[in-house]
Design a protein around this ligand. Sequence first.
Ligand SMILES: [Zn+2]
Length: 480
Amino acid sequence: MPKRHHRAIATAAAIALLWGCRAEPEPAELIIENVHAIDAAHAIRVDQRVAVRGERILSVSPMADPAPAAGPRYDAGGGYLIPGLWDMHVHFLYDEALTEPMPDLFLRHGITSVRDTGGELERLAALRARLRQDPAPEPRIFISGPLLDGEFVVYDGEDPGRPKLGTAVPDVEAARRSIAALEAGGADFIKIYELVHPEIFEALVAEARARGLPVAAHVPLMMTADDAGAQVDSMEHLRNIELACAGGWASLLETRRSKIRSFAQGRGYDLRRQLHAEQRPQALADYDEVRCDAVLDALTSTIQVPTLRLNTLLTTRPFERPDWAPALAALPEDVQQRWRALLGRNRPAAAAAAGLRAFAEWSQFLVGRLRDRSVPVGAGTDTPIGLAIPGYSLHTELELLVQAGLTPLEALHAATVQPARFFGLEGELGLIEPGMLADLVVLEANPLDDIANTRRIRRVLSGGQWAFTADDPALPDSKP
Ligand SMILES: [Zn+2]
């Protein structure tokens, strides 16, 4: 989050605080009544009344208390209120056909904030500016701009099947320049990718730190997860942790370094794929728990965004769920056709399938280890990559996090408090407390009983405005 945003928010919070001290209670603009409030700090508070004024929560109080000053009321009838959810890993520009529909799809699925973890900065900034001008509610969009890659770039745009998400950072001077340009262009954080050399990685991190920009990263293949990961704020997909958790991690690292150094021509994508194809099976077979615990203990200040949904696509097969087809039907027709065709023919060869299955099992196992070693976890999906329906797929991720060992409340924490923390916004977003931004979701049923109940969305409030209403299509701003 750029510092200027911090200042604006701090000023608004100070004003709210001053107002809060006045003797007369502020009139609410909306009161949500008869609701059980659930968040990661309080677990459940039953029978509450939540008043909202402007874009912020004014008060949270038991229904038994006297009602605050008048305002329009919404009777939630014993529903459950959770903070607006985040998807920590999306790509607005990965599929052009989905760029426009994505903001509304997020809102209707209760996702009120997203982190775009890779795409062309100017286009993302323009998309965000246009949505902000539109009076209709939009999700809060935080952008990194391109994947900052090495001399060779994994997503270089050369292959028509893969868009240009990456950019080359060949030397230390380029690293400094690119971070300055990203900040000037509106980036909220940066994203470092896998073919970056260690000295460039250090320069990127140092420059981002100097400018107050949080850092998300894949583990560069010339480094290890405990080394690179400890220096950044979030890591994605659990990728390359297996390489650090192997008993023979040091020789695997040496081999990767020499192969990357001697790679003279070809595609970055192929280089990365080849290294993973060679080393991942070896590393998984050579898992060393003592070594891995040491790696995880280096990561207790780094949020892991496992994207279990993506990592386990082959084994969990979310497209076989009964609610997948109706969710897919909300996407543009040509996307539906392309995805159905993929499902029909894209069966991996037996050897590749075995590798994917092993990585899926490893990913689920590792999330349990993260929890045991107190490594923070964030919820993200990689939408729309790997058949991820925007918005819908975050609920699949929450279920998978619970299956891997998190409690439902911890899964909610991963999709609310943790992402806010990444941006230093834990005082603004993620909990249901007076002064916080009023991003809220009304559910039919208790997500602490069954995390799948986060799918049962009745209404979504974004910055104090109804952004989606399933129970009152007559509301002018509803998007049924
Ligand atoms: Zn991604």
